[in-house]
Design a protein around this ligand. Structure first.
Ligand SMILES: Nc1ncnc2c1ncn2[C@@H]1O[C@H](COP(=O)(O)OP(=O)(O)OP(=O)(O)O)[C@@H](O)[C@H]1O
Length: 333
């Protein structure tokens, strides 16, 4: 049945057929992910699998994601899904069709023993996710919701980590490539657990804030949790992020010293700063050298552990979503 003929306000269900902007028909299969903003489905077109992201039209975030992914495609970026189509279903919802990825990095870590990644996997993720952010920043956007559930490896034996979910992204330059000035009194954007100190202070965000969220994401991958993971109040989480700075030596005692050096670098950036990606990458590479990480025979933890969710289509469980701090609240700008 064609979704256009059905109820006007619901998101698609299995069996619906969506027609893209180029007139191709894609069949909706099972749900892959449930986000705060919409749902992601497995879609099939001529026996090929795709991911189909949907949102209620009133949200209006998918058109921005489409624009961004089309730019990434033109730029031949390595760490972005390829966009294959997009469209809307009457008054109900927007959708876009993109390459199908594996389970996201949050789900993959949850399946690992002690819910931690090895140093080899953590640092490879660090390098690739940093490159993904550099690509995004190079086209004038910041992400504003950097976290492990917004990165995923490709399907099959794929060694590339992809960044996705640009619903909260924002341009930091204007049409003439001039940097925008910081705004006053901005609303909350992002996910509390990974938000930068500036986000807690309700300051306008910039490239440095993506990098700070990236660092929290990496620390969580390596230690299994962050000190504020059980705090519910946004202010309490912000205070906890201040405390780790006054008590750096203690907080970083179980991590290679380069993690602390990265935090020092980030804390010295201001709104305008262009992150020094090569320097950050070098620090991560130093960790790899010191830890004797295997370069030639690199295998992701999820490949060696042969986790149950690899190669299958997993629906993110409610428990994982709750733990994941899926509270990327956005308030009007
Ligand atoms: N290309 C893809 N391939 C496979 N699964 C995907 C893909 N894109 C998204 N997903 C799955 O769907 C989930 C939700 O996707 P996404 O983050 O884009 O939506 P969202 O509504 O913005 O969610 P959130 O509330 O987590 O920000 C992801 O965490 C992931 O598990």
């Amino acid at each position: 049945m064609n979704a256009e003929n059905k109820d006007d306000v619901r998101l698609p269900i299995e069996g619906d057929i969506l027609t893209t902007h180029t007139g191709e028909s894609i069949i909706i299969h099972q749900k892959l992910g449930n986000g705060a903003m919409g749902q992601v489905f497995l879609g099939k077109l001529n026996e090929r699998n795709f991911a189909v992201k949907t949102e209620k039209k009133a949200l209006g975030l998918i058109p921005l994601e489409v624009k961004l992914l089309l730019t990434a495609k033109r730029e031949n970026f390595n760490h972005f899904c390829t966009i294959y189509g997009y469209g809307k279903v009457s008054k109900a919802y927007n959708f876009m069709i993109m390459s199908l990825l594996n389970s996201d990095l949050y789900q993959l870590r949850m399946e690992c023993p002690n819910r931690i990644f090895s140093m080899n996997t953590t640092t490879q993720i660090a390098i690739q996710s940093l490159k993904a952010m550099e690509e995004l920043h190079s086209i004038g956007y910041i992400h504003r919701d950097i976290k492990s559930s917004n990165f995923a490896p490709g399907r099959g034996r794929c060694s590339t980590i992809f960044i996705f979910d640009f619903g909260l992204s924002r341009r930091f330059v204007d049409g003439s490539n001039m940097k925008l000035s910081p705004r006053k009194n901005v609303g909350w954007r992002g996910t509390v657990r990974y938000a930068s100190l500036n986000a807690h202070k309700q300051l306008d965000l910039s490239r440095r804030d993506d990098i700070e969220s990236w660092l929290y994401m990496l620390i969580e991958m390596k230690l299994g949790s962050l000190p504020w993971c059980f705090l519910r109040e946004r202010n309490q989480v912000g205070n906890s992020k201040m405390i780790i700075r006054t008590d750096r030596a203690n907080f970083f005692s179980n991590l290679p010293k380069q993690f602390q050096e990265i935090m020092d670098i980030i804390d010295n950036y201001d709104f305008e700063s262009c992150p020094n990606y090569p320097k950050l990458k070098k620090l991560v590479e130093k960790i790899r050298i010191n830890d004797n990480c295997d370069e030639a025979e690199m295998k992701w933890d999820w490949e060696t552990a042969e986790l149950s969710i690899i190669g299958t289509v997993s629906v993110k469980s409610v428990a994982i979503m709750a733990e994941n701090g899926s509270n990327n609240i956005s308030s009007p700008e």
